[in-house]
Design a protein around this ligand. Structure first.
Ligand code: ADP
Length: 262
């Protein structure tokens, strides 16, 4: 609490009382602390690839440039790190757009079946390349949901992208959707590495990763699921996740169906 005291004086300056204003600043302090932590995290995440790029550059300038094979390898690393920076900045911009209070999603009736059938094929080649099967199983006659199509596409994209990233060869990824009169449930199941129970509550936090090295190796930014959470909540929906280490994970998002919103 912040306590603000104002003495009440009568005309002869004798103090007659004190007005005490108590204001709860715990929320504000917490917010400030979160912001500070976020900036520290962002700086760290940006600095890591930059340090790596400048290291390779320096070595190249110091003579490695004369060795074409080494030079090529270094340039490839630099290109990977540049891509990582781009991904990170794109995710940061996405997150800040969604978090912006002024931002109003473009809510419209969305045909989820059509959206899933549009997004899944984009990931087909990557899945196949990794030796994974990607399957889509939708209930017939899915009702429309009210949502922002671009944002919902991002939710699907991030969940499918993770399923592919964290599932080893020969695995299976399935996208399912079903609906009741009130809500639509979209489920992304994988047979991947799974998530330890103690991490489940934290995976939606910005920059939280179960295994930093693995996420990094897979090109992760640590922001995908926090973006998913923001979007789903902005749609009045909710998220569910169940996972078993070594067996796989099930991520589901639930949205109100169109007829339900007035
Ligand atoms: P990242 O860019 O690291 O994938 P996310 O925010 O998308 O960041 O996910 C946070 C963390 O949750 C990941 O680093 C990973 O440890 C875990 N995770 C997310 N999806 C899955 C999944 N399908 N299977 C296993 N682990 C997952």
């Amino acid at each position: 609490f912040r306590v603000h005291l104002t003495p009440l004086r009568s005309s002869d300056t004798k103090t007659e009382g004190i007005v005490a204003v108590l204001r709860d600043i715990t929320d504000r302090r917490k917010l400030e602390q979160m912001r500070t932590e976020f900036v520290a995290n962002v700086s760290h995440e940006l600095r890591t690839p930059l340090t790596s790029i400048s290291g390779f550059l320096e070595t190249l300038l110091d003579g490695a440039l004369e060795e074409p094979e080494i030079a090529r390898r270094f340039l490839e690393h630099m290109s990977d790190e540049t891509e990582r920076l781009t991904r990170l900045i794109n995710d940061l911009l996405n997150l800040s757009n969604i978090e912006d209070r002024q931002f109003v999603p473009n809510f419209q009736p969305v045909d989820m079946a059509e959206l899933i059938h549009r997004v899944a094929p984009v990931y087909e080649p990557r899945a196949r390349e990794k030796g994974l099967t990607l399957m889509v199983t939708l209930s017939p006659n899915l009702p429309p949901v009210i949502g922002d199509e671009d944002l919902l596409m991002q939710v699907l994209t991030n969940l499918i992208d993770n399923a592919i990233k964290y599932t080893p060869a020969k695995g299976k990824i399935e996208i399912k959707a079903r609906a009741s009169e009130q809500e639509m449930k979209v489920i992304v199941t994988d047979t991947g590495i799974g998530i330890p129970t103690e991490s489940l509550a934290r995976i939606f936090e910005r920059f939280y990763r179960v295994d930093k090295a693995r996420s990094r190796e897979m090109g992760g930014t640590g922001l995908g699921l926090s973006i998913v959470k923001h979007i789903v909540e902005r749609h009045g929906g909710s998220l569910e996740v169940t996972s078993t280490v070594g067996k796989g994970s099930i991520f589901a998002f639930i949205l109100p169906v169109a007829g339900d919103l007035h």
